[in-house]
Write a protein that binds this ligand. Structure first.
Ligand code: SF4
Length: 341
C-alpha cells in the first residue's frame, strides 16, 4: 500500500497496535500486556512493511520484529538499557568513537520502523538533539582528529533526514581533507523503498568520499521487488551495498532462512556482511539465541553457502577494539576468535 511521497508515507505509518492487528486480520490477538510494552517503546510500522507480512499469521517473522509483547516488560538479568555502553563512548556533539579510524554520528533519533530488539530502544535521543552549534562543534572535532578516516552515519536512521540536511552534512564532511570514506547504516528503504529518490541517489554518487551503504535486513521476505528495484541505481553507480542482520529467535534462527537471506541479498546486489548476536537490551530477551545454538546454526550455514555469501557471526562487546567473531570450534562449542573491523 503506497500513497504519497516518502515523507507522507512515513507520517502515515501505523502507530497503534490495534490498527496494525486489524489490518492483518489479527484483532483477536490484541492483549492488554501489549499496551505497557507499547508505552515503553512505541510501535511504528510503515504500511509498506506491513504489506509484506502474511495476513492472519501472528507468528509472521516480519510482524514479530515490530509487535510489542508483554514479555518486553520482564526484567531479565544481563539485559540493560545501554547494552553497548554507547553513552560512555559518546565524545560529545553526537559523535560515538569506538573503533580506531572510524567515528559514528548519531544524526537523528527517528526511524521509519521501531524494531523491538533495537539496541538503542532506551537511548536518550532527546539529550542528543543536534542544534546548529552542535553541528559546527562536531565538524570542528572531526577536522582536528586526523586519525579519523571514515564517518558512519547512524541514528535512529540517517535516511529519515531530509535530503537538504543530508546534503549539507555530506558537503561539510567531504571538505575535511583527511576523511576518505562515508558509510550509511539504514533500514529505511527496506521498509519504504520510495526513500531512494533521485536527489538522494545523485548525492550519494556525487560525493568525493568513497561511499558504502549497509542495510539492515533480517529475513528474505524483507527483500521486496520494490526494494530491489530501488537499489538498482545504486548498483549502477558502483556504490557497494552490504547487509547486517541480527540473529533473532523466531525470525531467522533457521538455516533455511539464513541461506535464503544470503542468496536473495546477493541476487539484489548486496553482500551479507555481519550476522550479529543480539545486543542484550532490556525488553528484547525473548529474541535471544544462545551462543551454542548460534554456533550450531553457523556450522550449518557454512556447509550450505559459499564463503562469499557467509556473513561474519559477531558480537559487539563494549570496550573491545573491534567486533568479536563467534566461531564454532571443533567440538561444536562456541568460541571467540580474532576481531573484525
Ligand atoms: S531501524 Fe535500526 S535504529 Fe531504528 S529501531 Fe530498527 S534497529 Fe533500531
Amino acid at each position: 500500500m503506497k500513497t504519497g511521497s516518502w515523507q507522507q508515507q512515513l507520517a502515515g505509518a501505523f502507530s497503534r497496535v490495534g490498527d496494525l492487528l486489524n489490518y492483518l486480520d489479527l484483532e483477536d490477538h490484541l492483549e492488554p500486556g501489549m499496551a505497557a510494552a507499547d508505552n515503553s517503546f512505541s510501535i511504528r510500522v510503515t504500511h509498506f512493511f506491513a504489506s509484506l507480512m502474511e495476513k492472519g499469521n501472528i507468528h509472521d517473522p516480519l510482524l514479530r520484529q515490530v509487535l510489542p509483547l508483554s514479555a518486553e516488560m520482564e526484567n531479565i538479568p544481563g539485559f540493560s538499557t545501554d547494552p553497548l555502553a554507547d553513552q560512555a563512548a559518546h565524545e560529545g556533539h553526537g559523535i560515538l568513537h569506538k573503533y580506531h579510524g572510524r567515528v559514528l554520528l548519531i544524526t537523528t533519533g527517528a526511524c521509519a520502523i521501531n524494531c523491538r530488539y533495537c539496541f538503542r530502544r532506551h537511548f536518550p535521543y532527546a539529550d542528543y538533539q543536534m542544534t546548529a552549534s552542535h553541528w559546527s562543534a562536531l565538524l570542528e572535532q572531526l577536522r582536528k582528529d586526523k586519525t579519523v578516516r571514515e564517518v558512519i552515519l547512524s541514528g535512529g536512521d540517517p535516511l529519515s533526514l531530509a535530503n537538504g540536511r543530508l546534503h549539507t552534512l555530506i558537503q561539510h564532511l567531504q571538505d575535511i581533507p583527511h576523511l576518505r570514506r562515508l558509510r550509511i547504516h539504514s533500514r529505511l528503504p527496506v521498509v519504504l523503498p520510495d526513500r531512494l529518490d533521485e536527489p538522494l541517489l545523485d548525492m550519494l554518487a556525487g560525493t568525493r568520499l568513497s561511499t558504502s551503504l549497509v542495510w539492515h535486513i533480517n529475513h528474505p521476505r524483507e527483500i521486496s521487488t520494490e526494494f530491489t528495484q530501488a537499489v538498482l541505481p545504486l548498483r549502477h553507480r558502483g556504490i557497494p551495498l552490504l547487509n547486517q542482520a541480527v540473529l533473532l529467535k523466531g525470525v531467522n534462527d533457521r538455516v533455511s532462512v539464513q541461506t535464503e537471506l544470503s542468496e536473495t541479498l546477493f541476487e539484489s546486489g548486496i553482500l551479507p556482511y555481519y550476522l550479529h548476536q543480539l545486543d542484550p537490551v532490556q525488553g528484547a530477551a525473548h529474541f535471544a539465541v544462545n551462543d551454542q545454538e548460534a554456533a550450531e546454526l553457523y556450522t550449518l550455514m557454512q556447509a550450505s553457502l559459499p564463503g562469499y555469501l557467509l556473513p561474519r557471526l559477531v558480537r559487539e562487546i563494549p570496550g573491545a577494539p573491534s567486533k568479536t567473531a563467534l566461531t564454532p570450534s571443533q567440538n561444536g562449542q562456541p568460541g571467540i576468535d580474532a576481531g573484525f573491523p
